[in-house]
Ligand binder design. Structure first.
Ligand code: MGD
Ligand code: SF4
Length: 683
């Protein structure tokens, strides 16, 4: 028996934990701790511990499939490539669109945007960051000049005060929870604001339960109290920021007195006061957020407000401080860095910037790109498909499952049905793949080399542990073959992921100094501009990434969510994840150790609401919004605030996104997954 251990990076969340895949006679059969793993020191959460279980699932896609007379028929790779090349070649560039994937490597994301821009000449390239952290990228970039976590996971343990708002860190990024525990052991205090009493709330010194969608009011209220007490960092404000007076004009309004914020949010005045004092007087303090902040029609406003609070208190550019958005998918940071977005090339070089266009044309050896136009976002693509049939006709989706993950599924389904040609490249037959004309079988993380970039901007290696099943191939190989068949032989002549990474490093300033040799085993934090540079775990130490080096205060008024409760739909619905499952469940639901812990969906209802509705625990109820209805078991629990209900979005049997609203943030185009109006009835 031949046993080997292959150190690699977890395929689930953005923490980027390392582990060993245990390979027996060429097949992955277990996960073992990798004690020197840079982020997690060998520790794992359940998803990481069982990340081998889906790899050899009998459900894996093993052959290309082409739909004929409504049924999938197995095809050869040549048949599939030829059909795709012919179809894509027959449409105008602007009629085509591509979705890249935060589940695939940096190299694969880089190739997908190159394929879209250089081969198809379409500006329409995006991925699921749109649904999770597009507000972060847009919001923090306008305030600090860079839209990413400012600090490292490790230095959170140096904080004296950790303020978490809109992130269930201990359940969704459990290994980041370890840094918080270390901070608490050294006397740091944890403040937690969330509508649900989550596992993170259980760790908190101060818990602030609030009604979803009132974040800006809360953050403004805290800032008003800090300023009233003179706790702001006057030196930092004077030397490192601008527009403080504009901020003051808004946050000092009566609407943001603690009494009024308490009425808006439901948080008791005393709790707000204690929180303001802790944040205002503890140094260093850090703010951690995630999708509770970003997934709103005011997502960008929410993000900017978190930055206002930390600039006000001088908590940037040092260990234990910062504004720290925790990224969801394993490689969502990397997919953004690689330019799988409609407005930027890799390294956030704007597509509308003439010198950036020129540089990419030269590097890629093409005389035309997608005309320097900003393309459609995922959410806009779906709206156009549904509402303006004929404008977009042909789509290539790699590693995304919008038929379960996008808001308002009835609308999504209607839109996807309007496509004339759809290609889906996945490791399993998903709800989206089932609607495709061609399905391409991809290799998973354990079957290919590559890199991914975790939430703290650390670029790390993936290493191949086994061959893909059947005829499945790594996404990068599929993209190279298609690029070549469509006439771009030279541009897609890569022999390995390392060769692709070398091109990434050459065209991406923040990755210039990186190479596979340097990334093994600890990875490097970007920016890493030269081969000698040690990487940058903490951003903005001396100055912000703005032309004048100053952080910009952005005064923000609180606005309610797009849909607020009324007589017909009297409750707020919020949605999210649970520790045992991951997103649309394609991988975790095929991992029996995880699936058996949480095999069905549920709706959480506060006992007082349940009593008023006459609903008991475990009873199947009907939850309805203006978009649709689902029947789902009730979980009656005091762990959710009265007036708010929660559904995890993993389950196709109880799809939360039949209910959610596709109202968008006007800048980031992120949907409001965290607040819409719902009614619940007995069946
Ligand atoms: P996933 O289930 O992660 O969801 O939305 P999606 O990205 O659509 O789908 C990724 C797909 O990639 C899966 O089908 C998986 O099988 C496939 N895959 C895995 N590895 C590979 C690979 O190596 N190659 C290829 N080709 N495919 C691979 C996630 C999205 O969902 C996100 S990021 C967020 S944050 C949103 N959150 C959210 C919410 O909070 N509430 C509600 N209601 N909806 C939400 N939807 C969003
Ligand atoms: Fe994987 Fe995230 Fe769990 Fe770490 S915390 S093992 S990266 S799912």
């Amino acid at each position: 028996m031949d046993i080997k251990y292959v150190s690699t990076t977890c395929p689930y969340c953005g923490t980027g934990c390392g582990f060993n895949l245990v390979v027996r006679d060429g097949k992955v059969f277990d996960v073992a701790h990798w004690q020197r793993a840079p982020v997690n020191g060998g520790k794992l959460c359940p998803k990481g511990r069982y990340a081998h279980e889906f790899v050899n699932s009998p459900d894996r896609l093993t052959k290309p499939l082409i739909k004929k007379d409504g049924k999938f028929v197995e095809a050869t790779w040549d048949e599939a490539y030829d059909l795709i090349a012919e179809k894509f070649g027959s449409y105008k560039p602007e009629e085509t669109a591509c979705l890249s994937s935060a589940r695939t490597s940096n190299e694969e994301n880089y190739l997908m945007q190159k394929f879209a821009r250089a081969v198809l000449k379409t500006p329409n390239i995006d991925h699921c960051a749109r649904l999770c952290h597009s507000s972060t990228v847009a919001g923090l970039a306008t305030v600090f000049g860079s839209g990413a976590m400012t600090n490292s996971i490790q230095d959170i343990s140096e904080s004296k005060c950790i303020f978490i708002i809109g992130s269930n860190t201990f359940e969704q990024h459990p290994l980041i929870g370890r840094s918080i525990i270390r901070a608490k052991e050294s006397g740091g205090k944890l403040i937690y604001a969330d509508p649900r009493y989550t596992p993170t709330a259980k760790q908190a010194d101060l818990y602030l339960p609030f009604v979803s969608g009132t974040d800006v009011a809360i953050l403004n209220g805290l800032m008003q109290e800090i300023i009233k007490n003179g706790w702001e960092d006057k030196e930092f404000i004077a030397n490192r920021t601008k527009d403080f007076e504009k901020l003051k004009e808004v946050v000092m309004k009566d609407a943001y007195s603690l009494e009024n914020v308490s009425k808006t949010s439901g948080i008791p005045v005393e709790s707000l006061r204690t929180a303001a004092e802790l944040i205002g007087t503890s140094k260093p303090a850090t703010l951690i957020y995630s999708m509770g902040i970003t997934q709103h029609t005011v997502g960008v406003d929410n993000v900017k407000s978190t930055a206002n609070l930390m600039m006000l208190t001088g908590n940037l550019g040092k260990p234990g401080a910062g504004v720290n958005p925790l990224r969801g998918q394993n490689n969502v940071q990397g997919a953004c860095d690689m330019g799988a977005l409609p407005n930027v090339y890799s390294g956030y070089q704007k597509v509308t910037d003439e010198p950036a266009q020129q540089k990419m044309k030269e590097m890629w050896g093409v005389d035309r790109l997608a005309e320097g136009k900003v393309g459609y976002t995922v959410t806009e693509m779906v709206n156009i498909l549904a509402d303006k049939p004929g404008e977009l006709k042909c789509m290539y989706i790699m590693g995304e499952n919008p038929m379960l993950s996008d808001p308002d599924l009835t609308h999504v389904e209607h839109g996807l049905k309007n496509l004339e040609f759809l290609v889906v490249q996945d490791i399993f037959m998903t709800e989206t793949a089932a609607m495709a004309d061609v399905v391409l079988p991809a290799a998973c993380y354990a079957e290919k080399d590559g890199t991914q970039t975790n939430t703290e901007r650390r670029v790390q290696r993936w290493k191949k542990a086994q061959d893909p099943p059947g005829e499945a191939k790594p996404d990068w190989q599929i993209l190279c073959e298609l690029g070549k068949r469509m006439g771009y032989e030279k541009q897609f002549a890569f022999e390995s992921p390392e060769a692709i990474f070398n091109e990434v490093a050459a065209v991406t300033p923040s990755y210039h100094g990186m190479s596979y040799g340097r990334l093994d085993p600890d990875g490097l934090h970007w920016p890493c501009p030269t081969e000698e540079h040690p990487g940058t775990p903490i951003l903005h130490k001396e100055k912000f990434a703005m032309p004048d080096g100053l952080g910009v205060f952005s005064p923000i008024e609180w606005k309610p969510p797009a849909e607020v409760p009324d007589a017909e739909y009297p409750y707020v619905l919020t949605t999210g994840r649970v520790i045992w499952q991951w997103h649309t469940g394609t991988m975790t639901r095929r991992s029996w150790s995880l699936e058996k812990e949480a095999p069905i969906g549920w709706i959480e209802i506060n006992p007082e609401d349940a009593q008023e509705l006459g609903i008991s625990d475990k009873e199947v109820v009907r939850a309805s919004t203006r978009r649709g209805s689902i029947d789902i078991p009730a979980r009656v629990t005091p762990e959710i605030i009265k007036g708010v209900m929660f559904i995890p979005f993993h389950y196709k049997e109880h799809p939360a996104n039949r209910l959610t609203h596709n109202a968008l943030d006007p800048i980031a185009k992120i949907p409001e997954f965290k607040a819409c109006s719902v009614k619940v009835e007995k069946i």
